[in-house]
Design a protein around this ligand. Structure first.
Ligand SMILES: [Zn+2]
Length: 198
């Protein structure tokens, strides 16, 4: 499957396209994802599934632009189903977000060739996705540093355990939810950082 890293526009998260599966479409208002997909030769209707690494508005709200099924994990799927605007940070973005028909992923599941890995810490239902040499990491870990753990459902203790789990995986390229592309060292550096500062 082809894999494309689509850098986020304005406040939107980065998006990743693997085959016809779109991960983290970003912010609806920015509409940049639709344009970016067109530049790659994809129309909206070509997207067969959307996976959200977590429920936060800057990753998830553009899911409403698409007609295909949307998937998330654990507490984050529940928050989107219920329209919990505190958990999803929709309030902070001055909006409300509810995806009533969201579908739920399972930990360790192989989904359209992507391995789903439960990585609580940034939020309780955060996931990473492992595909060949790539790790799609959402806001769990960036090229340089870790995601926030002080938001609803966040925990530094869980984040540390999740990073240890990721450090056991074989991958070379880190595709994070914000900022530039990283690599396996990004995870090892993040663990050293936590050791040194907390
Ligand atoms: Zn987030």
């Amino acid at each position: 499957m082809d894999i494309h890293f689509i850098p986020g526009n304005l406040n939107s998260s980065n998006s990743i396209l693997v085959g016809n599966v779109l991960i983290d479409p970003g912010i609806e208002e920015d509409r940049s994802i639709v344009e970016a997909l067109k530049r790659l030769g994809y129309e909206k209707r070509d997207i067969e599934r959307i996976i959200l690494t977590h429920a936060h508005y800057d990753h998830s709200s553009a899911a409403r632009l698409f007609d295909c099924p949307t998937y998330a994990f654990g507490a984050d799927a529940t928050a989107l189903k219920k329209g919990d605007d505190d958990y999803t940070l929709s309030k902070f973005f001055g909006d409300s977000l509810r995806i009533e028909n969201i579908r739920t992923l399972k930990d360790d599941q192989l989904f359209n060739g992507l391995k789903i890995i439960s990585t609580p810490g940034h939020t309780d239902g955060s996931i990473c996705l492992h595909y060949e040499d790539y790790l799609i990491s959402g806001d769990t870990v960036f090229a340089y540093g870790i995601g926030r753990y002080d938001l609803p459902g966040g925990s530094l203790e869980n984040l540390t355990l999740s990073l240890k789990k990721l450090s056991q995986l074989n991958f070379e390229v880190l595709l994070p939810g914000h900022g530039p592309i990283g690599n396996k060292d990004s995870v090892m550096d993040a663990l050293r950082q936590i050791d040194a500062f907390y």
